[in-house]
Design a protein around this ligand. Structure first.
Ligand SMILES: Cc1cc2nc3c(=O)[nH]c(=O)nc-3n(C[C@H](O)[C@H](O)[C@H](O)COP(=O)(O)OP(=O)(O)OC[C@H]3O[C@@H](n4cnc5c(N)ncnc54)[C@H](O)[C@@H]3O)c2cc1C
Length: 282
């Protein structure tokens, strides 16, 4: 399939990108790695008349140690996060989850900013970022704001981003002694998740202090398994199976060619148990 015709602009800076978005309004779309946008343009599910390319903004490709948290530039590619030593040391959940995205070609083009801004509940990184209580820095003509990951995703392919806003940075906490895990169930290694589960677990005197669980592909947005999180809080590690049996509560998974909604619910429960157990062991 061939996309409808569009104009192409190269952003020289974030401010220039915002200016170009302001000039073209709803008709314009930012282009990062192009690995989500171009497929939907080819299917004619999106038809922007202008693409504003962020590809030359090398200053948005970084992982920085900011003391209590790590800052990741929105144009950081999946393959860079996969190999980044600072992420590996302080937030292995992101490095590992990035390594499971698609195949090497996808990981060499796709960016964390594109993955979040696209707002696809089947993407792996958003649920990991939910489990981390990450923050997103967004800049537009009205200035800069920081949005919690939990407030960012609104509905299927919809986020709180205004048409003239650029996601510039992702802030994730250092995990310290907390354990983490991401369990992705897919049919072939390079496939999207049928269901994925991210877990971040803090231990406290032999018990589970707190657990945060992010769910991939269990509704129209990435979700938190709040009922299971509540059941796990303060629980004995031997009760993980019972506590995670509510992991699908409050979700609304779809049925499609890959799985029925009931099977997705089953996967959410099983993968949550495995993810929390692995996080406790890490
Ligand atoms: C074959 C294939 C397999 C894949 N498998 C997986 C998988 O297993 N798991 C997974 O998670 N993903 C998968 N993906 C998606 C991949 O991770 C994409 O790279 C990612 O979702 C989008 O990132 P991008 O940089 O390519 O964004 P683009 O496609 O360039 O942009 C996506 C959307 O985000 C907007 N956008 C981009 N950057 C910004 C920004 N900084 N600020 C505001 N808006 C912005 C764009 O305007 C567009 O609407 C797959 C893709 C393909 C083609």
């Amino acid at each position: 399939m061939i996309p409808l015709a569009f104009d192409y602009e190269v952003a020289e800076s974030v401010d220039h990108a915002i200016e170009l978005l302001g000039q073209h309004g709803d008709e314009a779309k930012l282009l990062a790695g192009g690995h989500s946008l171009l497929p939907i343009m080819k299917l004619r599910l999106a038809a922007p008349t202008v693409l504003v390319d962020l590809g030359r903004l090398g200053d948005l490709n970084y992982v920085r140690d900011e003391g209590d948290h790590l800052a990741i530039g929105a144009m950081t590619r999946h393959c860079d996060m996969e190999r980044d030593a600072t992420l590996g040391e302080h937030c292995g959940l992101i490095a590992y989850t990035a390594s499971l995205v698609g195949d090497p070609q996808v990981r060499h083009r796709g960016t964390i900013g594109g993955s979040i801004s696209h707002g696809d509940a089947a993407s792996d990184l958003p649920s990991a970022l939910l489990a981390l209580d990450a923050n997103f820095v967004v800049k537009g003509s009205g200035g800069e704001r920081t949005v919690a990951a939990g407030d960012f995703f609104e509905d299927y392919l919809q986020t709180i981003l205004a048409p003239d806003e650029v996601l510039t940075e992702i802030q994730v906490p250092k995990l310290g002694g907390a354990g983490w895990s991401y369990k992705k169930f897919n049919r072939r290694a390079q496939d999207w998740a049928v269901v994925g589960v991210a877990a971040v677990v803090e231990r406290s005197n032999g018990s589970i202090g707190s657990a945060r669980i992010g769910l991939t592909n269990m509704g129209s947005t990435p979700l938190r398994a709040t009922a299971a999180e509540t059941a796990l809080s303060g629980a004995d590690p031997s009760s993980v199976a019972e506590a995670t049996s509510s992991a699908d509560e409050g979700t609304s998974p779809s049925s499609d060619i890959a799985a029925s909604d009931e099977y997705r619910r089953h996967l959410a429960r099983v993968l949550s148990k495995r993810a929390v157990e692995e996080a406790l062991d890490r």
